[in-house]
Design a protein. Sequence first.
Length: 156
Amino acid sequence: MPLKEIEVDVNIPFAADERLYRRVSPGGLNNAGEFLPSALNTFSFDKDLDSAPSVMRGAFCDWNDVLAFDCADQELVGWMVYYVTVGELPQSLTAADGRVFAFFPVHRPKPLCGAHSVIASYVALDETRKYVPPPRPVRNALRTILATTLKLATQP
């Protein structure tokens, strides 16, 4: 059963080896049940932080919580769970205009899903880590890196 927002401490820092879980629909798998990089096409970065790609924070959940109704808002039959560690998030992807983007997790709990987090981006030289959505080529580079980095947490 997923922890609720009131049961987690958002001030606990992320550890480099902490897992960030992401669920993948059956359409994100090939016929052999293997992860397809196209499953990351849903990774979006809009103008505000809450639109950044969502993940579940491993410090406050198990892989099966990612598929729980309280965190998914729907039944997820046949879905699988993958993960990347915080330390594996890219720290320098360069845009065409020369800006270097880095990625980091931000804990954004929801009332019934305390482990909910997002992968945020910022211009690497900005010490405040103010959220800045990356341009499309940087998003595509991130997807490529994650497609080769994500590991299977478990099967349904």
